[in-house]
Design a protein around this ligand. Structure first.
Ligand code: URP
Ligand code: ZN
Ligand code: ZN
Ligand code: ZN
Length: 481
């Protein structure tokens, strides 16, 4: 086939190796990889640059309802700009369910919303109310639309599931071949801690971390895995914050259980002490900028999380981008109070994900470049059934490519993030390595911080059944329903 566009002279980095070669692109796909590609209509010179797959971010909260009843500020358009600015080209975000409502009623709405953006995308279906109607009649219709992953919460007032409800979701997921992603924290334990802290008059942002120490995450992770093992349903544990939680996953993996662990840049860069920060302008409320769940831990935890990444126990790094401005109607200050339990949970990070992991991981010698690609692109694509279309640079794959300058040093500022939020928790951090140009399906969508993609150009990525999410066929006594 005719090569329309060639990326010439770069160092191609994929999950399984690095090599100097040209990339030939036509019709939005990679059509050739060769030492030298001649005769392309258009050429991008990539001397000195690393040619890596566009990031695949499988955990992003975009236009999602918040506890206050409003929509999170990040739109699919602003999220697309932010993602491209940081080298990410595909996302999986969430379709909400409200208790007492079905899961189909918002399906068209979210399909339409996401199609206004520029990212190639899929969705996780959140389940907060697993009735028979939802699991037996509606879920097959969601799956028929090409959505094959469910998200459940074991904590948060408005959305948490009991063990009985979680078991029902696992069973339905097994029947309809979906992956289940689990937010693992013990609801009752956190509720009790919050009440005790408030009763003691301890209300500042830093008490967010006190309310949900590692043990509540470890307990819920252990339970989530045990119940998934009982049902024989593959799960991914979302946003693992520390090694003792990852050890629960490692132990189950050693038994052959299909459980995977995701972590996020905040768990190797931020700490519980950040929530105790003060500023002249905002006093102790400054710490609210770092509130997310699970909470960032002690600084000594970062190297232990890196160990778990190197062991392969944590094999996907997502952003968990969930942007609430500090000021503003839905923001961190929305209740005009300093009570930690009323501050919306979540931090913006869709842009910074790749630069932070590259800099802290590759530039500081903690992981290889290939491992970086696996964590941020290849593994998430495989986990979500988007491989081999997404997550790699091989003939037939979509030409989603980020050209990196591995030496480029930058100091992170909020303006560089291009997200809607009015702050970044990573303000002032130094990184080495930056994506200088991004292609999505062969089209140049970002160059030197300028995002040029047109709204409405993102494509939905339907997913068919795939091996990773098939049950093992192993249940106690060989009995399953
Ligand atoms: O604090 C967080 N992580 N907010 C986003 C929602 C979630 O729990 O993933
Ligand atoms: Zn309804
Ligand atoms: Zn979560
Ligand atoms: Zn999340």
């Amino acid at each position: 086939s005719e090569v329309e566009l060639a990326i010439r002279g770069g160092m191609i980095v994929t999950a399984d190796g690095m090599r100097r070669a040209d990339v030939g692109i036509a019709g939005g796909r990679v059509v050739a990889l060769a030492e030298r590609i001649e005769g392309a209509a258009q050429v991008i010179e990539a001397d000195g640059l690393w040619v890596m797959p566009g990031g695949v971010d499988t955990h992003c909260h975009i236009e999602e309802p918040n506890a206050a009843g409003g929509l999170s500020e990040e739109s699919f358009i602003t999220a697309s700009r932010a993602a491209f600015a940081g080298g990410t080209t595909s996302t999986v975000s969430f379709i909400p369910q409200w208790k007492g409502h079905g899961i189909l009623e918002r399906a068209d709405d979210y399909a339409r919303r996401a199609a206004t953006g520029m990212l190639d995308h899929s969705f996780h279906q959140i389940i907060t109310d697993p009735t028979d109607e939802v699991l037996e009649r509606e879920l097959p219709q969601v799956v028929a639309r090409g959505i094959r992953s469910l998200k459940v919460f074991l904590t948060y007032d408005a959305v948490h599931l009991s063990d009985a409800e979680y078991l029902r979701v696992l069973r339905a997921a097994r029947k309809h071949q979906c992956l289940v992603h689990v937010h693992c924290e013990n609801y009752d334990a956190i509720k009790w801690r919050i009440e005790a802290l408030l009763a003691a008059g301890l209300t500042a942002p830093k008490y967010h971390a006190w309310a949900r120490p590692p043990v509540v995450e470890r307990e819920a992770t252990h339970r989530a895995i045990a119940l998934a093992e009982l049902v024989d349903q593959p799960i991914q544990v979302f946003h693992v914050s520390c090694a003792e939680v990852a050890e629960e996953i490692a132990a189950a993996q050693a038994r052959g259980v299909k459980v995977w662990g995701e972590t996020c840049p905040q768990y190797v860069t931020l700490t519980a002490d950040d929530m105790a920060r003060t500023s002249a302008k905002d006093g102790a409320f400054e710490g609210a900028k770092f509130i997310c769940s699970p909470a960032p831990r002690g600084a000594d935890e970062h190297e232990r999380v890196w160990d778990m990444i190197r062991r392969g126990v944590l094999d996907v790094v997502s952003s968990d981008h969930c942007a609430y401005s500090f000021e503003g109607p839905n923001g961190k200050r929305q209740n005009g109070t300093d009570r930690f339990d009323r501050i919306p949970n979540g931090i913006p990070g869709i842009t910074a994900r790749l630069p932070l992991m590259f800099s802290e991981g590759v530039s500081k010698g903690r992981i290889t470049p290939e491992h970086f690609v696996r964590l941020v692109a290849t593994n998430p694509a495989k986990m979500l059934g988007l491989w081999p279309r997404k997550g790699g640079i091989h003939v037939g794959a979509d030409a989603d490519i980020a050209l990196w300058d591995p030496q480029r040093k930058r100091t992170l500022t909020n303006a560089m993030m291009q997200h809607v939020a009015d702050y970044t928790p990573y303000e002032g951090m130094e990184v080495t390595g930056w994506p200088v140009r991004v292609l999505r399906r062969g089209e140049s969508v970002m160059e030197n911080d300028q995002v040029t993609a047109q709204p409405g150009t993102g494509q939905f990525l339907p997913r068919a059944p795939y091996d990773m999410i098939a049950p093992r066929g192993i249940t106690p006594n060989g009995f399953a329903d």
